[in-house]
Structure formats: structure tokens, C-alpha cells
Design a protein around this ligand. Structure first.
Ligand code: URA
Length: 260
């Protein structure tokens, strides 16, 4: 991406322009992601060159997904149909539409947010409201369009009033997301926001502590990184520089994958 365009995206994010401290765009070899310790079906905490391994004491294990027999072998069409007709938790009563996910089914980067909000519930597409309007230029700032990545959520249905997802809702929806991860086989997962991060990592740690580290997700040990939710950045614009650091690290790792 040319410099002028990059600066345009950054200024759309409201970020004061500065030079990244790490050599993200041209950077050196990414450290291999080596499993450290695994939890039953979800995450392995890993350390890379600068990262601290996840504190095992804060880990919970993923419960078995409920009511999702057959999901693990579904193809895209069957999975989309299963989500569309899902009535496994109470959210089906209040949803307008399910929000399956969107983007390239062979994307290198998979973004996972929390749950649909009002706009997403109405339109059936993730991150199309105000948060999405910030997320799109954030991606653009590292040279990625919405079409080049895949965007999904922990929950496929909107919790009423945008309340936090309940654990049984996450549990019921988990199989769908895990199957999407398997089908996409992304090179990197970006957990967007505290709720996504804590659920994907089975952790109670704050997002401040989960940021800045690489984790390995699932049996395929997919490198996973955490960043702030754009809705939070809209409320706390002073945190945008940290989100930019996260994105730069994602870009660095993608570049290294492309070079490998
Ligand atoms: N917030 C999310 O986490 N996901 C969406 O799809 C929209 C807002």
C-alpha cells in the first residue's frame, strides 16, 4: 500500500501518525509458535520472542459444545444452514437475523469479535455498525480489505440490549465458530475485544494483560493475538495507538508468513 493511502487510513482511525517501533512491515523472522501447555479443546498458551506465556492459573477449559452434533464435519453450506436455523439457546427468540460471518473463506487472517449488535442483527453481517466503520479502516491501515479477511463473532445472534454473552450461549455457539476456524484454516486469528479474547483463550485475564502476546489456538496451534474492540476505541480514542501496535504486529507476522 502506498504511504499516502496508509496515512489516509490512519487519519480516518483518528491516529496521530508515528513510526512503528518494531519493524513490522519489513520485519525479521517471526518466532515459531511453540505449544506450551494445552487446554482441552481450545487454546495453547505460547511464548514468542517477547511474550509471556499465559498464566495457567487463569485458564478455564472449554466446555463441550452443546447441541451441535454433526457440526464438526459440516461443509460451508451445511454450516451456514445450521446457524440460520439454530434454536439451541434463547437468543433465537429475540434475534432478527443470525450473523454467520463474512469474508474470504481462505483468508489468512480471521477476526473474531463478540456478538452482533443492533445493526448486525438487522443486516445479518458482522461489524457493519459504528464499530465496523472503525474496524474497516483499521484493517485498511495494514493493507487489508474486509473482503481479504474473514470476520466472525463468538455468538451468531445478538444478545438483547447488547449485554455480554452468557456462558451457556457461548457454549451453544462454540461448535459453529470452531468449525469455521477449521474450514478457513487461517494463518492468524485476531481476537477483537475482551469478550472474544477471554472466551477464545478460556481466560479471566484483563484484555490489557492478554494483549501483546502470541497464543496458539486449537489443535492446529493457530497463532492468536488480542486487540481492543473498536467500540472501546470509539469511547477511548487514547487507546488507538495500542491497537495500532497490535495491527502492526499482525502485519509483521503476515509478512513473515508470506516470505517463508
Ligand atoms: N461488535 C462485535 O463484536 N461484533 C459485531 O459484529 C459488531 C459489533
Amino acid at each position: 500500500m502506498d504511504e499516502e493511502r496508509r496515512q489516509g487510513y490512519l487519519s480516518a482511525m483518528g491516529i496521530t501518525l508515528w513510526e512503528p517501533r518494531c519493524a513490522a512491515v519489513s520485519g525479521g523472522e517471526a518466532a515459531p509458535v511453540e505449544p506450551h501447555e494445552s487446554s482441552p479443546i481450545g487454546v495453547q498458551a505460547v511464548a514468542d520472542e517477547r511474550m509471556i506465556a499465559l498464566d495457567q492459573s487463569s485458564e478455564r477449559s472449554h466446555p463441550e459444545p452443546a447441541g451441535l452434533s454433526g457440526v464438526a464435519s459440516m461443509d460451508w453450506d451445511a454450516l451456514a444452514a445450521a446457524v440460520d436455523s439454530c434454536r439451541d439457546c434463547g437468543l433465537c427468540e429475540s434475534r432478527t437475523r443470525t450473523v454467520f460471518g463474512i469474508g474470504a473463506r481462505n483468508a489468512e487472517l480471521l477476526l473474531i469479535g463478540e456478538a452482533p449488535g443492533a445493526d448486525e442483527d438487522r443486516l445479518g453481517e458482522p461489524f457493519v455498525g459504528r464499530a465496523g466503520q472503525l474496524l474497516t479502516p483499521m484493517l485498511g491501515a495494514i493493507g487489508l480489505s474486509r473482503e481479504q479477511v474473514y470476520i466472525a463473532n463468538v455468538l451468531k445472534c445478538r444478545p438483547p440490549g447488547n449485554r455480554d454473552p452468557k456462558s451457556d450461549e457461548v457454549q451453544h455457539c462454540e461448535g459453529y465458530l470452531l468449525r469455521q476456524v477449521e474450514l478457513i484454516r487461517p494463518r492468524i486469528i485476531l481476537a477483537v475485544g475482551r469478550i472474544a479474547a477471554q472466551n477464545l483463550l478460556c481466560s479471566d485475564e484483563t484484555i490489557g494483560r492478554l494483549r501483546g502476546r502470541w497464543f496458539a489456538f486449537g489443535e492446529a496451534s493457530i497463532p492468536l493475538r488480542v486487540t481492543y474492540h473498536p467500540a472501546y476505541l470509539l469511547r477511548s480514542p487514547d487507546q488507538k495507538a495500542k491497537a495500532w501496535e497490535d495491527l502492526v504486529e499482525i502485519r509483521r507476522r503476515l509478512n513473515n508468513i508470506a516470505l517463508a
